[in-house]
Design a protein around this ligand. Structure first.
Ligand code: UD1
Length: 426
């Protein structure tokens, strides 16, 4: 198994720019299916991530033409006729569920396999399916497959929970529906605004993203155009926490500080110095104070995707911290691995109680999911000795060349490939 090998204990120093947001580019790639005009879409500076390649492969299988032009991707989806997402690819990437909305809207039918649970716990899709039904689709679940059919018409939908994926899926379906759709209790994450901005660029009429009420006036033909997503706020947050846990000083560039308000507040309360400009944030770490209570909630609350890196950071705090994840209640795979490095964490329901220790020690650990992997890398950067993080395929779903990026800041981190037949070379 390929690994990251980290020699810890160095304070990170320097400047680092953030790549485009994974959680924006994925729904935007799905949204490209709504363009039947024959005019290409140019997506600028697309991050090199496993999930992006997987989504592009799905789009190709559906009949899209995909071309690379330096860091940009050109997409022509005029000839998409296939209404079935290949099962293996669908299972590989759960977020392919939001292909349902645009395919159903465009072709009048869609068949996908059930994406199932995943490492961070149950991830139901009831809100996606109920929303599509409200838009007039007939939805049938047959074993592990879901089929949806019908011509869509605008509707009023109130989500029982502000699910990011369901909000995006329904926005995409509603663009094709005749009449007006209003989504209430919509997710307010910046990635929803990114999707709205992209749809408007392609000719759609969408307003309200970033607020709990999104209005879509559907039925317009969309066209091509150019777009560049927001920077990845979770990657930016990971870099800030990497600087703070190693007590270094790092300037993170090409960020939107406003998207990181909840993390900035926690870093300040726990003793880090922060300064934010229009598109940069500088953090200087010192002794880490405990955070008596951090509640993880949908945006603008503290993001669940930064909960594992935050837990890693608080393992070195003076005193006891509590982190409660109200979004994904079982997202604590990093805890048992952090314990192998000397962390003292107990799990009580969906909260982690972290008793700070004076140091972490290097160990062989394994990432079970993307952000758990980021947490282990952060712990490895701060730990005494060598940490080998296995399961890095998860990390590479969402972080572009993480060893190179952290290496620019002075970290000693290397990607070590498994040699076939020889086991792992360390
Ligand atoms: C997206 C992000 C993911 C992030 C999550 C929460 C992408 C590609 N992924 O995932 O990185 O961790 O938002 O910020 O953007 N739920 C239901 N029924 C549904 C849908 C969701 O009960 O039909 C529940 C989930 O179980 C979970 C909560 O809603 O407890 C949040 O899920 P959701 O916002 O949908 O997350 P994703 O869109 O899957």
């Amino acid at each position: 198994m390929d690994k990251y090998v980290i020699r810890g204990g160095r304070a990170l120093e320097g400047k680092i720019a953030v790549h485009g947001a994974k959680n924006s580019i994925l729904p935007i790639l799905a949204a490209s299916l709504l363009n039947c005009s024959g005019e290409p879409i140019r997506l600028k500076k697309v991050p090199h991530l496993h999930d992006v390649w997987a989504m592009l492969e799905i789009l190709s299988k559906l009949g899209a033409r995909v071309a690379h032009d330096g860091p940009d991707i050109l997409l022509d989806t005029a000839n998409v006729k296939c209404d079935q997402v290949p099962e293996a690819l669908m299972r590989e990437m759960r977020s392919s569920i939001f292909l349902m909305g645009p395919l159903l809207g465009r072709l009048g039918r869609v068949r996908v396999c059930y994406p199932g649970g995943c490492a961070i716990g149950e991830r139901p899709i009831n809100l996606h399916l109920e929303g599509l039904q409200a838009l007039g689709a007939a939805v049938e679940e047959r074993g592990s497959y879901i089929e949806a059919r019908g011509r869509l018409r605008g509707a009023a939908i109130t989500l029982a929970y502000p699910s990011v994926g369901a909000t995006e899926n329904l926005m995409l379906a509603a663009v094709t529906a005749r009449g007006e759709t209003v989504i209430r209790n919509a997710a307010r994450e910046p990635e929803i605004i990114d999707l709205q901005n992209f749809l408007i660029k392609m000719g759609a009429r969408v307003t309200g993203a970033g607020s709990p009420v999104i209005t879509i006036k559907g039925g317009r033909d969309l066209h091509g155009g150019q777009y560049r997503t927001f920077p990845d706020r979770i990657v930016a947050g990971t870099y800030l926490l990497a600087a703070a846990i190693t007590r270094g000083q790092v300037t993170v560039e090409e960020v939107v500080p406003e998207h990181l308000g909840a993390l900035i507040r926690v870093l300040q309360k726990t003793g880090a110095d922060l300064a934010a400009g229009d598109t940069v944030i500088t953090v200087a770490g010192g002794r880490i104070k405990a955070a008596p209570r951090v509640d993880v909630h949908p945006y603008p609350g503290f993001p669940t995707d930064l909960q594992p890196p935050l837990v890693a950071y608080l393992t070195l705090a003076d005193g006891t911290s509590t982190v409660i994840d109200h979004v994904f209640k079982n997202r604590f795979h990093h805890v048992q691995e952090l314990r192998k490095m000397g962390a003292r964490i107990s799990l009580q329901g969906h909260q982690a109680v972290i008793t700070g220790v004076s140091e972490l020690k290097g160990a062989a650990v394994e990432a079970a999911d993307l952000r758990a992997g980021a947490a282990l890398v952060l712990a490895g950067l701060a730990a005494r000795g060598e940490t080998a993080v296995a399961g890095i395929k998860h990390i590479e779903r969402g972080y572009e060349e993480l060893p190179r990026a952290l290496g620019l800041l002075g970290a000693k981190i290397e990607r070590v490939a498994a040699v076939p037949g020889e086991g792992v070379r360390l």
